[in-house]
Design a protein around this ligand. Structure first.
Ligand code: ATP
Ligand code: MG
Ligand code: FE
Length: 339
């Protein structure tokens, strides 16, 4: 029985998972209200909040599962990638419990875990496949032959898709995190109202770029050169059109590139994880593309798209391979492009 800990960004989470991958108890404490007024995650505030929450969150997950430390066989923690201060709280907590309770330690790559959430959606193996991570900090494509064997194909060269959602939401004063709010307004808008760029869609590689799109949205709202959004009065129907057109541009690029990766690598399955995978329009368009082009798409369950500790079940795969960490485990905040 495994205790998993997640603290890579602004969610403090823990779960207890049995050896067959069944979730016995889990707990997620979000910090959205703490970061809302800054319209983005403030690393120092995130780290302090993790510190306050980590033990209660672990305790809650274990209480929900009705287990005590004696029942655990390992402790797993996401050690990469993420905010340094945030990662540190989870890793130090996991190392301390590993030492105090004499349990082996397992290190998890948070991005691999985001993709593993897709495996948790179905009893049949999803690998080999193309994996698309679309989250607050990453937009990456992988060729995956197992949960732990991922070949990086390409990723964003500037902003991540989730980051673009958050920034567009900030421009339109829609709150934080922006994804859900933009998506809700987009549903009532016209996806063709604004012609936003589909950057790099036709480039012969698997990289992405969303910063030009973000600038195009800004100019559509303010006109060139303006930076102060706070005094702008934008009608609700215009906001809806901006959101709908922006969402269409992001989704076109994500679906287009993912589909090309599936074709090029001759797999018949695409898995999609990370916070932006909760986006309704993306889910719908991925399904349509899959039907049209004859591949299968498996998207992480809605409650496992944004950060959680249940996807830490990937640690069972590492245990099976005998891949354990020890008390020298340190955090790795930034990854080489893709890993
Ligand atoms: P990373 O996983 O890269 O370290 P993260 O853990 O902060 O980043 P996640 O928790 O996976 O990111 O996802 C958060 C992101 O998902 C935010 O940018 C948020 O706006 C976005 N998001 C959440 N729900 C939706 C939605 N329905 N539509 C679009 N984006 C969404
Ligand atoms: Mg978050
Ligand atoms: Fe994440």
């Amino acid at each position: 029985m495994l205790l998993t800990i997640e603290s890579t960004c602004d969610e403090t989470a823990a779960a207890v998972i049995d050896d067959d991958g069944r979730v016995l108890g889990d707990c997620v404490a979000t910090q959205e209200t703490l970061h809302e007024k800054f319209q983005g995650v403030v690393p120092e505030i995130a780290a302090r909040a993790h510190l306050e929450r980590i033990l209660p969150v672990i305790q809650t997950a274990m209480q929900k599962a009705s287990v005590s430390s004696a029942d655990l066989t390992a402790i797993a923690v996401a050690d990469r990638p993420g905010l340094a201060g945030s990662l540190l709280v989870g890793v130090v907590a996991a190392k301390t419990l590993s030492l105090a309770w004499d349990k082996p330690l397992v290190a998890i790559n948070h991005l691999h875990a985001h993709l593993y959430a897709c495996q948790l959606a179905t009893p049949t193996p999803v690998y080999p496949c193309i994996g698309l991570v679309v989250s607050g900090g990453h937009t990456s494509l992988y060729h995956c032959t197992s949960p732990l064997d991922l070949d990086y194909l390409g990723g964003t060269i500037d902003d991540a898709a989730g980051e673009a959602f958050d920034k567009v939401a900030a421009m339109l004063s829609l709150g934080f995190p922006g994804g859900p709010a933009v998506s809700k307004l987009a549903a009532t808008g016209n996806r063709k109202a604004f012609q936003f760029p589909r950057s790099m869609l036709n480039k012969d590689n698997f990289d992405f770029s969303f910063s030009g799109l973000k600038t195009a949205v800004r100019y559509a709202i303010t006109g060139p050169g303006q930076t102060d959004f706070s005094k702008l009065e934008i009608a609700d129907d215009v906001k809806a059109d901006v959101c709908a057109s922006f969402e269409a541009a992001v989704v076109d690029v994500l679906v287009g590139k993912a589909r090309k990766a599936v074709a090029k690598h001759r797999v018949n399955r695409l898995i999609v994880g990370g916070g932006v995978a909760a986006n309704g329009y993306l889910r719908e368009q991925l399904q349509q593309a899959a039907t049209k082009h004859g591949f299968e798409v498996i998207i992480a369950p809605m409650d496992l798209c944004t950060d959680n500790a249940v996807m830490g079940a990937i640690a069972l795969q590492k245990i099976r391979r005998g891949e354990f960490a020890d008390l020298t485990l340190d955090i790795t905040p930034g990854l080489q492009r893709g890993f």
